[in-house]
Design a protein around this ligand. Sequence first.
Ligand SMILES: Cc1cc2nc3c(=O)[nH]c(=O)nc-3n(C[C@H](O)[C@H](O)[C@H](O)COP(=O)(O)O)c2cc1C
Length: 243
Amino acid sequence: MTADSPTPTGAPDGTDSVSFDFAALGPRERYKLLIGAVVPRPIALVTSIDTEGRVNAAPFSFFNCLSADPAILALGVEFRADGRHKDTGFNVRATQAFTVNIVSDAIVEAMNVCAVPFDPGVDELREAGLTAMPGTKVPCPWIAQSPAAFECRHHVTLSIGRSREIILGEVVWAHFRADVVDPGNLHVDPAALDAVGRMGGQGYAGTRDYFDLPTMSVARWRELGRAGSVRESVRLTPGLRKR
Ligand SMILES: Cc1cc2nc3c(=O)[nH]c(=O)nc-3n(C[C@H](O)[C@H](O)[C@H](O)COP(=O)(O)O)c2cc1C
């Protein structure tokens, strides 16, 4: 099955659907379906250094937090068309460390500068006008303008194919802008964080359209049913949602 000849299927409620056999799709077709539908993806602006201490920064949206104990962040890093490692993959291999900087709306254009395929050794942070702060537990810098940054030691790299690898890092230190986290109860304020996610194509989405939907216990579900599962729109104003 190719993208040109998807299988039409019908759901019991009459909704038309289209199915794809992933084994029959090419890499580009799989990529388009995945990045278009698995959205929004958080963006890691990853800072690393090479063996000469030169700073590198690049965004990755094949990124997520996979575990809190141990605290593991994952990056899906493609190889270049000629099979060489991207600078980030090369640096993590060489130095066993990287730092994930969360991308807020305020730094999304600077993040995009860091995606330019500069030659190795070019300091993308300088090109983007971002400020490198010295790392605490790892030699890589963190970005002063990022609302939250996680210093990671390389945990393991999964070789999953010829075109990319998955790098897992264990978080050993975190920096938060002071207005983003309440040090008393560790509540992270989503309005102050103002994170941006990646959609398909060249698309991005903000996080200001926010609502609460509490998870129910079985007893609560039996008591309230679907009517009890109502979303509560929340107007996000930095600093007003400490709990
Ligand atoms: C928002 C965004 C997300 C990206 N996500 C990824 C990704 O998940 N994996 C990847 O290999 N490249 C991704 N890229 C492309 C890299 O950022 C780009 O190839 C960069 O030049 C790599 O830099 P480096 O060689 O300094 O590591 C992304 C680019 C943008 C703008």
